[in-house]
Design a protein around this ligand. Sequence first.
Ligand code: SF4
Length: 339
Amino acid sequence: MRVESIIWDMTYACPLRCHHCYSESGRRPAVSRREDVLRIAEEIARVKPRGVALSGGEPLLAPGWEEAVQRLREAGLPVGLYTSGWIMDEALARRLADTFARVCVSVDGGRARTHDMIRGRVGSFERAMAALELLARERRERVARGEPCYALGVEMTVMRSNLAETELLVRELSGRFPGLGAIQLGMVVPSGLAAEEDFEERELLTNEEGQALLADEARLATLASHGVRVGVSDVRSFYVQGEPGAPRLLFAHLEPDGRLRAFETCEAKVGSVLEEPFEVLWERALAWRGEPFVVEQYASIRTMRDWARAARALDQRYGSAEDVARIARRTWRPKASGM
Ligand code: SF4
């Protein structure tokens, strides 16, 4: 079965401390080394998925990110970037325009206070807005000159704290940044820190809230200016066996040290592309998805809270000793530093 897309967490280095972070970035060693980054890029270029998305951590802090993206481009692969925008400046915006097919800035609230609380760092909203200003301007200028440039998007992770701000975010950002192409609203997925019991209690959407958000998509789309497209992600596609008829996810998820996750939202790893060919690991990942304990866990999911419980059970059973020890040390704090 062919992998559709590869999500590559290039590094765990990150200036932010988001409460919902699936990778716990910024709170653990960055891991990535330039020579490994380039070797992983070489392996992805050989495999030729339909697309590659760079995530993290902050991918722009990974050593060798630009060479890696150039290599993927040479292989004909469209590469997308997820960034918080914290380190953006004019020169970096120009470099992104020369390398990426798509750039997506994460914004988790229509108000600075909400975004900064969720993202765990005061000033992160203003930095994201400044990044969008630079990126949108760079795009407008390139398009005016008839030059290619990234498609620019915003992604909002929706949870209880910011559920009431979807409309504000769509209105404000679509009006403020001509050149922005799309705003994607995605319900928070219970994975990593967002699978913790405290987070589940305080922030995870209920099924009803998720359904209401999906039903609100068309209305939200009418509120956007400048032709900005608005979409709501149906996260049920992340279930392995849950909803009858839900698509089986064919994303492959690579960690900074080259290890392939058996499934996007789980700590289970099936080996590293630095040691074995991707195809061998991918077969192993697909086989993992059919293991009785995995099938039993996902088949039991009826609600978002069931999903969080299943995620915790799978992480405990299949995470490495290091993962399990890190999970045991976790704390969840609903305040941004300095607030
Ligand atoms: S969610 Fe993204 S920006 Fe936030 S801490 Fe994790 S990697 Fe960093």
